[in-house]
Design a protein around this ligand. Structure first.
Ligand code: BGC
Length: 747
């Protein structure tokens, strides 16, 4: 360091000692406030109630519009000092109404002794879905199929702005549960089955939501859900027990949370269920040892809905609600999504007074909550007004939603190049999801279950988009079979008289959480029947699947000429689908999960060698209908010149791989380049392959590009016998498309 610089530093240090004013950190401000608080005020800060607790009417009525009940609001905020409110049951609010709600809440928070603002949280999981006019984007399972974290991050910045424009600073998103079990009704809320893909997409959403690059208060706090091990219940039903060994837990389910914590996620919501008999809300192991001591998470832990009470009501691990409160808070819960009673706060206070919860634990939790409130600008008079955020529903956001939808749609099958279908062709369109807006968006859309259509008047159904693109005269529509009711085959066939091509929009109705539980993964018989009836009548059959999880249909799959998996593509999804059907958009999405062939057995792509054996003695090896990473294009890509720059590496090096990809077809398009690694021999049985890197390139016809990867060797690590990640020296194979090469890792 030169002398001049040294001199400047000493001067600075001197000025600081002399008490030159410094910007106070959120934490130091929070500490000062905490020191003024009574136990009762602190307990209030740890309480989160649902909006129904401050609105007119009794109980949790999803259908009645909310109107603030000032007596309730005053009691909750001024008398009880409640620190957080969440959600909207059964409604979408216009911005003007959001403004009224927040103004009323603020009015009473200013009447409380210390004027502590309320932290409002919402499930804006694919757009600000409780705000009238806000753009809704593809759901997470569809986003994952884009393999485009950069675009997902951009989306999250838009969502954050819409959430702020609704006066809300906290979003209960993203879901980082790994979708290993398609039976689970929250599969569509995940980024699919691969922990690396989940972590890449998850980190993108965290960065976008929190949007530190966008300037002060551009972002909202992200909330990682549902920590941890929620997504693979043995029964497949929501909120039922999972049995996950620690090794698999760390390798598969914890990994994305660890990466998102590293990326600075501010809050985390806890898994409502249990792992190996231990409810996560009561577990010091998950909440303290792993989350705080190992992952070094500094933010807030919030319970899921009613999950402290559930420790007694559902899980039966304690006899009373009051004991449940002590158990959960001592395990490491900071904020309780109570959300429907006023006794939690009282029990919390009593537990502290009786010495069952230490004051220190309360202070730690409240300090985190207050720090977040400062960080989010809730105390700041300069916090921009609702109007200063861009009005939701901009053309740009719609374009982004459309782009994401086009990139998310996966062409599963295209027999004899049946697709694209020429404009001008006559088409019959039918099936339960053909003229059904909700099937495009799924759950958490305007309402929890996504069933209310009244908000969606501007969104086109698939049928509507077909009419728009192919012309009304060319499109015939038949409601046809519903999910479970059959129309007479003669009526189905009569509608196709004189028409060669039938487009069947199949899949699922909308659902969220428990109401989406199923006992059978197979696509309903009434829908499969549509495929066979039209095919046996000699029609060309194109199937469009709008569904949040893969429903099996292997017995009739061979009868389909073309199959498109559109997942839950959002408000702009219908147009994206039709533009893929007519060929103005080249499909590029790839499956972020393994599409099973059989309803009763499921194996993910990163399975073990014993699971792929296929011989006379072990004939039932891995046999999905479509593998992870599958997705066709209207053009062809060839791969050549795969090179590994450093064939002898050590466990600290990065692995440098390059490959040339060429568009050898006639249409420009995106190609997602997937790199897999295989540990040839390992002390814990290795997976046959694991995704270790991916990239996405756009190539015009005849264009080729060298795609380069620098892969951290940590991507080759697995969780060893001691339950810690290890990169074991030895040989590793890498594959990109049909090309393979290897390298050796040295100690
Ligand atoms: C869900 C969470 C959600 C919370 C608040 C719960 O039922 O499991 O994902 O964030 O409700 O709405």
């Amino acid at each position: 360091m030169n002398r001049k610089l040294l001199g400047m530093f000493s001067l600075l240090a001197l000025l600081m000692q002399c008490g030159m004013p410094q910007k106070k950190t959120a934490e130091s401000q929070a500490k000062a406030l905490l020191n003024k608080m009574t136990l009762e005020e602190k307990a209030g800060q740890m309480t989160q109630l649902t909006i129904e607790m401050i609105t007119k009417g009794e109980g949790f009525n999803l259908e009645v519009p909310h109107a603030i009940d000032t007596a309730k609001l005053k009691n909750v905020i001024v008398n009880m000092g409640v620190g957080s409110i969440l959600n909207v049951g059964g409604h979408t609010y216009p911005i003007s109404y959001w403004k009224e709600v927040h103004a009323a809440i603020k009015k009473y928070s200013l009447q409380s002794r210390l004027h502590v603002p309320i932290l409002y949280g919402i499930d804006a999981i694919h757009g600000a879905n409780y705000t009238v006019g806000a753009t809704l984007y593809p759901q997470q399972i569809a986003l994952a199929a884009t393999f485009n974290p950069a675009l997902a991050e951009k989306m999250a910045t838009y969502v954050a702005s819409d959430v702020r424009a609704s006066g809300i600073p906290w979003n209960f998103s993203p879901v980082l549960d790994v979708g290993r079990n398609p039976m689970w009704p929250r599969f569509w809320e995940t980024f699919g089955e691969d922990p690396f893909l989940v972590s890449q997409m998850g980190v993108a959403l965290v960065k976008g939501y929190q949007n530190t690059a966008g300037g002060e208060y551009a972002g909202v706090a992200a909330c990682l859900k549902h920590y941890v091990g929620y997504s693979d219940p043995r029964s497949g039903h929501d909120r039922t027990p999972a049995y996950i060994a620690e090794r698999q837990l760390r390798q598969i389910f914890l990994y994305p949370f660890a990466k998102a914590v590293e990326a600075g996620a501010k809050t985390i919501m806890i898994n409502s269920s249990e792992i190996n008999g231990e409810p996560v809300h009561a577990s010091k192991f998950y909440l303290q040892t792993i989350l705080r001591d190992e992952l070094k998470f500094k933010g807030i832990t919030v319970t899921d809905w009613e999950d402290i009470k559930n420790l007694t009501d559902r899980h039966k691990i304690v006899a009373t609600y009051k004991e449940a409160v002590a158990l959960a808070i001592n395990a490491g819960i900071d904020l309780a999504m109570v959300p429907m009673d006023l006794v939690f706060t009282q029990y919390l206070i009593e537990n502290v007074k009786e010495g069952k919860i230490k004051q220190q634990r309360i202070d730690e939790a409240v300090l985190r909550i207050l720090t977040l409130k400062y960080e989010l600008g809730l105390f700041d008079e300069k916090l921009p007004a609702i109007e200063s955020y861009i009005q939701p529903g901009s053309l740009e956001s719609k374009k982004l939603s459309y782009d994401l939808a086009t990139q998310s749609i996966v062409l599963l099958k295209n027999e004899n190049h049946i697709l694209p279908l020429n404009v001008g062709e006559k088409i019959l369109i039918t099936g339960p999801n053909a003229d059904y807006i909700n099937a495009l968006n799924g759950g958490w859309t305007h309402t929890w279950q996504g069933r209310d259509t009244s908000y969606n008047s501007k969104v086109s159904t698939v049928f509507g988009a077909f009419k728009q693109v192919y012309g009304e005269a060319n499109i015939k529509y038949l409601a046809g079979n519903t999910y479970n009711n059959h129309l007479a085959p003669s009526a189905l066939l009569a509608a196709s008289n004189g028409i060669n091509t039938v487009v069947l929009c199949l899949g699922e109705d909308t659902y969220t959480e428990k109401p989406g539980d199923i006992n059978d993964l197979e696509l309903s018989a009434a829908q499969q029947e549509l495929i066979s009836i039209y095919k046996l009548a000699g029609k060309k059959v194109i199937v469009i699947l709008l569904e949040g999880r893969p429903r099996t249909f292997a017995k009739v799959e061979s009868l389909c000429d073309g199959i498109i998996y559109a997942a839950l593509p959002g408000d702009e999804g219908a147009l994206a689908i039709v533009n893929i059907v007519n060929g103005s958009v080249n499909p590029s999405g790839k499956l972020p999960f393994t599409f099973p062939r059989y309803p009763s057995t499921h194996t993910t792509y990163d399975c073990k060698y014993t699971e792929i054996l296929n011989n006379d003695f072990q004939p039932l090896g891995f046999d999905p209908l479509y593998p992870f990473g599958h997705g066709l294009s209207y053009t062809q890509f060839s791969y050549s010149d795969m090179k590994i720059a450093n064939r002898e590496a050590n466990s600290k090096d990065s692995i440098l791989i390059s490959v040339t990809v060429k568009n050898t077809g006639k249409m420009g398009g995106y190609e997602i380049v997937l790199v897999y690694s295989s540990d040839v021999v390992a002390s814990i049985t290795p997976s046959v392959k694991r995704l270790c890197a991916f990239n996405k390139v756009y190539l015009n016809p005849n264009e080729s590009k060298e795609v380069k990867f620098s892969i951290l060797t940590e991507r080759l690590a697995f969780v060893g016998l001691d339950n810690k990640f290890i990169v074991e020296p030895g040989k590793f194979l890498f594959s990109v498309s049909q090309l393979t090469d290897s390298l050796n890792i040295h100690p």
